[in-house]
Design a protein around this ligand. Structure first.
Ligand code: IMP
Ligand code: MG
Length: 181
């Protein structure tokens, strides 16, 4: 175990089971339709590819990079588009794939932006959700795990770009980031 991790919150096995469960729901809900996964860089990449492997409706993937966090742990509330989608989403069934919904500010902005481009549908799927921290009123269609208000890393999630490679979700020791929070 890495010295910076307080404890494992969600194991690799639990994540894999949950991804399959979410994919089953997505497959049912989108039966007979085509799907465009919009993976929000960089945190959602692991989840997005794991989810995509389990999806059995015709499916494309595109990537968007937005930032509300800088390098630290505090939401600035400012959403910047660092990379936009490659293709038009007009008429498409869009499923935004996120690593974590925290304040919800990023997603509520992103959902409004994508809705303004005339897609058929926009839904949101996140592997992690921190309900206690919500500031924006945004409906999340598919949620993997509700987690407590702790700063977590792994399975794509970072602190200062580190720890994304861990296959589990772990609580980061406070001493690693407390200067900032
Ligand atoms: P929101 O706009 O506050 O919902 O921020 C969502 C984004 O903040 C996520 O996509 C993450 O990149 C980042 N984030 C929020 N909470 C955590 C956490 O506990 N660990 C790592 N990143 C987090
Ligand atoms: Mg992120």
């Amino acid at each position: 175990m890495n010295k910076d991790i307080e404890r494992v919150l969600i194991s690799e096995e639990e994540l894999a089971l949950k991804v399959k469960e979410l994919a089953r729901r997505v497959n049912q809900d989108y039966a007979g339709r085509e799907l465009l996964l919009v993976s929000v860089l960089k945190g959602s990449v692991m989840f997005a590819v794991d989810l995509m492997r389990e999806i059995d409706v015709p499916c494309e993937i595109d990537f968007m990079d937005v930032s509300s966090y800088g390098s630290g742990v505090k939401s600035s509330g400012v959403v910047k588009i660092l990379k936009d989608l490659d293709e038009s989403i007009e008429g498409k069934n869009v499923l935004i794939v996120e690593d974590i919904v925290d304040s919800g500010l990023t997603l509520s902005y992103l959902k409004e932006l994508l809705l303004s481009r005339n897609p058929a549908d926009v839904r949101i799927c996140t592997i992690l959700n921190k309900p206690e921290r919500r500031k924006a009123d945004v409906y999340v269609d598919y949620i993997g795990f509700d987690i407590p208000d702790e700063f977590v890393v792994g399975y794509g999630l970072d602190y200062d770009q580190k720890y994304r490679n861990y296959p589990f979700v772990g609580i980061l020791k406070r001493e690693v980031y407390e200067k900032e929070r």
